[in-house]
Design a binder for this molecule. Structure first.
Ligand SMILES: Cc1cc2nc3c(=O)[nH]c(=O)nc-3n(C[C@H](O)[C@H](O)[C@H](O)COP(=O)(O)OP(=O)(O)OC[C@H]3O[C@@H](n4cnc5c(N)ncnc54)[C@H](O)[C@@H]3O)c2cc1C
Length: 449
């Protein structure tokens, strides 16, 4: 493990980058609003009308920046962690919607006659484009919120999401062009040419540049190993390139049996040690749905493509007096990487693992974990939902009482939690009741959408 000085330097560097990223985001998001509000009020137009237009522009720029947020720019995302970035992406879309809706609302208040623009049969094209853009934006947000309820597969949703996002922006820019006079001033022209070009750049990066980069760095599957019922470990080895350097606990998007240009790629945590040194790695996958249920049929020699590493779920970034790992089911994978790496580094940090599974057969890696406790300062508690006859360990679910019983002398520890959503929620609540500082708790969520 890096020294605590190295770790705090890394933490500071990430902190500085985080602040820089937020500053850049605010600047890009608010530039159209600020510039419009600073400009002198054009003759014959009220403040309310100008404010309405400025909010519309701000809404469009926030929406355009969503492409940057979801573009998986590693340097930009590293300081926050993917979880936080997608959380922000979801939350900020509400702000964008509010800004976009404020635009016509203020206009209607200022001049009720403009309500006629909602009649798409009689309204001019520029108004039709605006109505279309808002309706598609509502569809975009609605389909994301209700994906599971309306039975949309992840891949179908992702394709639709990209399509709707581009359509919303194209119609919005068409609307601005249709109005014309608001973007005729030279600086506004420059801004509203630069913004769509930037958005296109992000899209081109994700859909073209990234797949080309992946194509040039293929991986060969070296082995497929059954770990437990419906759980498989895949070994990857770089083909003709040095491979990947990841931090323990991180993850990558994997494309298997598909072209790297395809929409279908799945995120998996590295389960092997980050100290392997040969650019190779392992991932451990539980059969769950369409893609993962075929994982056991993958054959050594098949080709895979990778986009990563990503994620902030790593002890390397958080110097602490000790570490408490709380895993549920397949959520053990990133934690296994943390433990294996600690063993390879001969790390003497105090570590505690609480690992919950439904049955003893589903405790993936338990034999290896028991062996590793010998060389590490690691204590392990297994928790079974349905324990076998004579089980002496913990049983049931993660509760505050269970944590209190099993996590002692860990007031200066950082907590790393990965498991099914109900377990994560229960642990989050329990740790908050136990007054663990929120900045000491780190989550890896396997259900991004
Ligand atoms: C950061 C992260 C790390 C993960 N690490 C592991 C791991 O180490 N081992 C493991 O078994 N699983 C891991 N997962 C979960 C794994 O990605 C999903 O189980 C898998 O993608 C499901 O695909 P499916 O087609 O088999 O199932 P589906 O039934 O299609 O999907 C089940 C759920 O998985 C999620 N999902 C599906 N496809 C994707 C996708 N392409 N991208 C993002 N989410 C998707 C959706 O929430 C979906 O509802 C991880 C997920 C994330 C976000």
């Amino acid at each position: 493990m890096p020294s605590s000085r190295e770790q705090s330097l890394t933490r500071r560097r990430y902190g500085e980058r985080a602040v820089l990223g937020i500053g850049l985001y605010l600047l890009l998001a608010l530039a159209p609003l600020i510039l419009m509000l600073l400009a002198p009020l054009p003759p014959g137009r009220s403040f309310l009308r100008e404010l309405s237009v400025a909010l519309g522009f701000a809404g469009a720029s926030v929406l355009g920046l969503q492409l940057a947020i979801s573009a998986r720019l590693r340097r930009l995302k590293a300081p926050y962690g993917i979880d936080a970035v997608y959380h922000f992406h979801r939350r900020i879309s509400y702000l964008a919607l509010a800004l976009v809706l404020a635009h016509p609302t203020l206009l209607f208040i200022e001049s009720p006659a403009t309500l006629a623009l909602l009649n798409v049969v009689t309204a001019p094209w520029r108004a039709r484009l605006a109505v279309g853009s808002v309706l598609l934006l509502l569809a975009l947000i609605g389909s994301s919120l209700r994906r599971k309820r309306i039975g949309l597969s992840y891949e179908a949703w992702r394709g639709l999401h990209d399509l709707l996002a581009v359509a919303v922006l194209v119609l919005a820019v068409g609307h601005m062009e249709g109005i014309g006079h608001y973007i005729n001033a030279p600086w506004k022209r420059v801004l509203w040419i630069a913004y769509p070009v930037m958005w296109l750049g992000f899209l081109g990066y994700v859909r073209l540049a990234k797949p080309v980069l992946k194509l040039r760095r293929p991986y060969r599957i070296t082995q497929v190993r059954r770990e437990a019922p419906r759980v498989w470990t895949l070994g990857f080895h770089p083909e003709g390139h040095p491979g990947i350097k990841f931090l323990p606990g991180q993850f990558a998007w994997v494309t298997l049996r598909r072209s790297p240009f395809s929409f279908e790629e799945h995120p998996f945590s590295f389960s092997s040690s980050a100290e392997a040194g040969d650019g190779g790695f392992e991932m451990t996958v539980k059969e769950l749905g369409d893609f993962t249920s075929t994982i056991g049929t993958v054959k050594p020699g098949e080709t895979a493509y990778l986009d990563g590493p990503y994620g902030a779920f790593t002890t390397d970034r958080y110097p602490a007096g000790g570490y408490v790992f709380i895993a549920g089911g397949i959520g053990i994978t990133p934690i296994m990487s943390l433990i294996r790496t600690a063993a390879d580094r001969k790390d003497d940090s105090r570590m505690r693992l609480l690992y919950a599974a439904s049955t003893v057969e589903n405790l993936v890696f338990s034999d290896e974990i028991d062996t590793l406790t010998g060389g590490l300062s690691l204590r392990v508690t297994y928790i079974l939902e349905r324990p076998p006859e004579g089980w002496k360990g913990e049983r049931g679910f993660m509760t505050r009482e269970l944590l209190e019983r099993n996590v002692e002398e860990m007031h200066d520890a950082d907590f790393f939690i990965c498991g099914p959503p109900p377990m994560m929620t229960a642990v989050e609540k329990a740790l908050s009741e136990l007054r663990v500082r929120p900045d000491r708790i780190h989550y890896e969520r396997f259900d991004l959408v």
